[in-house]
Design a protein around this ligand. Structure first.
Ligand code: NDP
Length: 284
């Protein structure tokens, strides 16, 4: 079997065309959608992510503000900025690029963002709402994965879904969304015994562990849908995912490539969350 490719770039373009219309409609009603992105330090990957997010906003007509602080900035400076942005009616979404420098307490910073502007969906209030099945903001990466399933009409109900990774950003919210879609969910992590025994029975396999080409063809059930969230840089500078793409794509029924799979969808769902935040603020 050769897998169909779940093309995140193509779906992102399709969705973003619609977002442009929504952004224009908001702007014409005096509610130009706005996103503030805060970056602390000079981490190269973070700089690229922030640049991509700002450019994506520009592409669909969302106003964006990039706020960059040097590495030695005090946490209070960032908290003060967040308080100011919370009160700013031209800003509907606030995002703090992770990871923060070691002298920051990430939880304190993320909890300072107004839950109404928490477009990453990391605030405890929004995490709680997601778990209760009435999400306000769905974290962008798993939200993007759900869009890929929907676009390819992949049935989730009753399926065995196995997620590799239990981070707050990807693994845990992915598990919640798949459970709410009536899949039977297993979450694996670094302490899981006999990982391959779990992955081999997965109809839906989501790899989010950050280990290049970790998932080999032997670990995959024939006909599985394989979602590769990982972004790893190889010694030659090329990007690759957590899945050994070539051999696995011969065995799976559908697979996301890296790059061009989950990555563009993550940014796209950030735009979606920002638009939703701005639309909610419109007078009814
Ligand atoms: P984290 O490092 O926060 O979490 C990694 C998870 O993988 C942990 O739960 C860890 O287990 C688990 N893990 C690590 N090694 C193993 C192993 N050998 N076997 C089983 N489980 C293991 O990473 P993130 O969730 O933030 O990101 C994961 C990957 O996804 C990274 O490559 C990241 O760059 C990428 N990413 C991609 C995005 C996109 O848009 N495409 C967005 C966000 C992330 P434990 O908890 O026990 O330590």
């Amino acid at each position: 079997m050769t897998a169909i490719i779940l093309d995140g770039n193509a779906l992102a373009q399709k969705l973003r065309a619609d977002f442009k219309t929504r952004a224009e409609a908001l702007t014409s009603r005096g509610q130009r959608p706005g996103l503030a992105v805060i970056l602390v330090g000079e981490d190269q990957a973070s700089q690229v992510y922030v640049r991509n997010k700002v450019n994506a906003c520009l592409q669909v007509g969302i106003h964006s503000e990039k706020i960059v602080y040097p590495l030695d900035t005090a946490q209070q400076t960032v908290l003060d900025k967040i308080a100011q942005l919370n009160a700013d009616p031209t800003i509907h979404g606030i995002l703090v690029q992770l990871p923060l420098p070691r002298h920051f307490d990430s939880d304190t910073v993320l909890e300072a963002i107004s839950p109404k502007k928490d477009v990453d969906g990391f605030h405890a209030e929004n995490v709680g709402a997601l778990i209760q099945g009435r999400p306000r903001f769905i974290p962008c990466t798993p939200y993007g994965v759900m869009q890929l399933f929907a676009d390819a009409a992949i049935e989730l109900r009753g399926k065995e879904a196995v997620i590799l990774g239990r981070s707050n950003i990807v693994g845990k919210p992915m598990a919640m969304l798949l459970m709410q879609a009536s899949a039977t969910v297993t979450v694996c992590h670094s302490q899981t015994r006999d990982l391959a025994a779990h992955t081999r029975r997965a109809d839906i396999l989501v790899a989010a562990l950050g280990k290049a080409k970790f998932v080999t063809a032997e670990m995959v059930k024939p006909g599985a849908v394989v979602i590769d969230v990982g972004i790893n840089r190889l010694p030659d500078g090329k990007l690759c995912g957590d899945v050994d793409f070539g051999p696995v794509s011969e065995k799976a029924s559908a697979i996301t490539p890296v790059p061009g799979g989950v990555g563009p969808m993550t940014i796209t769902m950030l735009l979606a969350n920002t638009l939703e935040a701005a639309e909610r603020e419109l007078p009814r």
